[in-house]
Design a protein around this ligand. Sequence first.
Ligand SMILES: [Zn+2]
Length: 462
Amino acid sequence: MVQYVSEQAASVGSMPYFSPIEALGPDAIGEIQDRRLRAQYAYLWANSPFYRRKFEAAGLGPDSIRTRADLARVPFTLKPELRDSLKAAPPLGEHLAAALSDVIQIQASSGTTGSPSYVGLTRQDAIMWQESSARSLFACGIRPGDRVLHGFSMSKGFVGGLPIFQALQYMGALDIPIGADGGVDRLLAAAFDLKPQAVVGTPNFLLHLAEVAQSQLGRSVREIGVRRLVVGGEPGGGIPALRERIAMAWGATVCELMGGTDLGVIYWAECDEQAGMHMTAPDHIIAELIDPVSGEARAFDEGATGELVYTAIHRQASPVFRFRSGDHVVVTATRCRCGRAQPMIRCFGRTDDMLIVRGVNLFPSAVQDLVEGMRPTVSGQVRLIADFDGHTTQRNLKVVVERAEHDTVDPDALRREIEGRIRGALSVKAEVMLAPYGSIEKPGAAKVKLVLREMPSIAGLQ
Ligand SMILES: [Zn+2]
């Protein structure tokens, strides 16, 4: 029997966290991580031709990795390697380390850079996914018995769909699986009819829902009485101005979470202290912070930035070892009053999204953050135009900013103001164009595409 509801679910309602693992200090968690790391490394030698080859090529033997300190000797695993492995040995690649007959579930990545990639789960893996995601959803304020409206996409094998449904059920909450792809009308109808205590979805989409309710139904989503908005899937949840708008629109607290397809579903989540996301599954995943250029490991000290690298230490099917996530984060704090002992982070961008403008690294979300912060002088909508090959340009960066609704500001002055702010805060020279209010496409079910590969046709661009 697949376990649908965790035994913990009945008793956690008044607990400060879903699992006592989350409160373990560095020594106790380190001991678990080292023990599981040794077991996982031995498992990969025995069961993964992909990793055995990689370890041998790096001059490592079956006993080379004993503790976390040894991890630096292992080469990184990159996303294209996993894609090649999937192609070389369908259906789940040479890195599938379990028998295919033991795989009970397959999920797909969103495939932002080409074809989707697939990950397999054994029964143990599926329960691990549900456990770590339940811890995360609990940290974000969802409790057993809550009705949760599902505003992430439910289709295409995306981990924001069925796996989150499973995690909510596992923790004793109730998921209303309409999904972003079920459409705004259905979602709003379910929200007003069923009065969920929480809604999960991407931040821009939840804002969009609130706006559509107002403009098309003439109703405020505040009357639903939603307590928590649990957002993820794009960096917006970490942008203070955007967060504030979503919270105001719904009259609810916004909590952010983060994860991915390759390691789990959700394994970072924000608690009531609202100061960043804790790692919630340190007994299943070792997270390292690295310098994205040199690859050197960095300590999780407050204020440190870097890219996250993950090693699965309790995984049977599709395990990854020192996997470069492409997520760039800042450590916001290392202590928290909630009782969780793991450090807290915010994600400010992904390697895939990064542009290099005249040698300066730029994450599009930083520009969005800045433009959001200029409301109500502008609408808050912004698009970056990357009309060049690859990610690097030697020209000024073209930025389209939408004007505010009843805007009488002189366009030249407004352009200069935005260009000055971008140069001052981000050291990038921008060429700003102003678009009339309402001309930039609002996010539907899909993630917001902040970067466009060609200039959109917008009438009245100034
Ligand atoms: Zn906390």
